[in-house]
Design a binder for this molecule. Structure first.
Ligand SMILES: [Zn+2]
Ligand SMILES: [Zn+2]
Length: 316
């Protein structure tokens, strides 16, 4: 929440932000410092980065990922890790081009190397074409895209020699996914939420340095830092139950400031230890087609590719 005329509790300057759950008043510079400090603490608490790591920062061109690029470029300068911005071009006509250029220019401003991969070059089709060829809409566009994006980011990370993939998932994203998974009946999926997941063999570690930061605060950080970002929503966006859960959690937080954070703490206590357990389980099974870790004979990416290929050839 933004305020006027109050004093910053740290330096006495003019407050621009009232952090309701802690009661703190923060000026522009102390607010930005506090987000950097929170990110640094999260990285250290979950041992997300190790000395000498090369970190692939997944940059979509939205406020969260560009803020993550900004903060990680500062933190890693002090620590000796290398970072590379990686962006996936899914091939969504009229939407993705702008974000790719934004990611490219924001990386250049911070002297961070930039690497872009496309669905077309990795899988042989754009998202537009994949969805045209999809036999029915039994799974949503976001699910298909999410599975392919995750693989594309891993492949991009491999191409740049990264040992870690950092994504900009924030506290709100975490809680929404947690609640969606609670309602799905699939306990196994909860483990993937652990923010500092150790790798399966041959895959980079996946870390979420913003997992303890409210989405609203990241948006305000981007605004205060003058970071331009893509605001236009994806034309395929079909979030279903996620939107309802987001609204429910926001309503709860307005009436009970801090409830998101305490819910997160409870979830983490339930997950702690299970992240490591799960990652060792995942080592055993391999996809018959691509050889990557899978939960069945074919991994979810190869299943999507096969469905699209079969449907395309049956149309000929
Ligand atoms: Zn201050
Ligand atoms: Zn596969």
């Amino acid at each position: 929440m933004t305020t006027g005329r109050q004093k910053c509790g740290f330096c006495g300057g003019e407050s621009v932000y009232h952090r309701l759950y802690s009661g703190e008043q923060l000026c522009r510079s102390c607010f930005r410092d506090s987000l950097e400090e929170k990110t640094r603490r999260t990285i250290s608490q979950y041992k997300m980065l190790k000395h000498g790591d090369t970190v692939a920062v997944a940059v979509s061109g939205g406020k969260d990922s560009l803020s993550l690029l900004d903060i990680l470029s500062k933190l890693t300068q002090a620590h000796g890790e290398k970072i590379v911005a990686v962006t996936v071009d899914e091939g969504i006509e009229g939407y993705r081009g702008e974000a790719v250029e934004l990611a490219r220019s924001e990386a250049a401003k911070r002297d961070v190397p930039f690497h872009v991969v496309s669905f077309e070059s990795l899988f042989g089709f754009t998202l537009n074409r994949a969805l045209d060829a999809w036999p029915d809409r039994s799974i949503s566009a976001c699910t298909v895209c999410g599975i392919l994006r995750r693989r594309a980011i891993d492949l991009a990370a491999e191409q740049v020699g990264a040992t870690v993939v950092a994504t900009a998932h924030n506290l709100d994203d975490f809680l929404q996914t947690y609640f969606i998974n609670l309602t799905s009946g699939d306990v196994g999926r909860l483990e993937f939420l652990y923010p500092g997941l150790e790798p399966s063999i041959g895959l980079p570690r996946r870390v979420k340095p913003f997992v303890e930061i409210y989405e609203e605060e990241i948006a305000f950080y981007a605004f205060l830092s003058g970071i331009p970002f893509q605001t236009e929503p994806c034309p395929y966006m079909d979030e279903g139950v996620r939107t309802e859960i987001r609204e429910f959690l926001n309503r709860l937080e307005r009436r009970h400031p801090g409830v998101k954070h305490s819910t997160y703490k409870t979830a983490m206590k339930m997950l702690s230890g299970r992240g490591e357990e799960k990652s060792s389980d995942r080592r055993s099974v391999r996809c018959n087609r691509c050889g990557r870790p899978a939960s069945d004979k074919l991994c979810s990416v190869c299943r999507i590719i096969e469905t699209i290929q079969n449907n395309r050839s049956s149309k000929l």
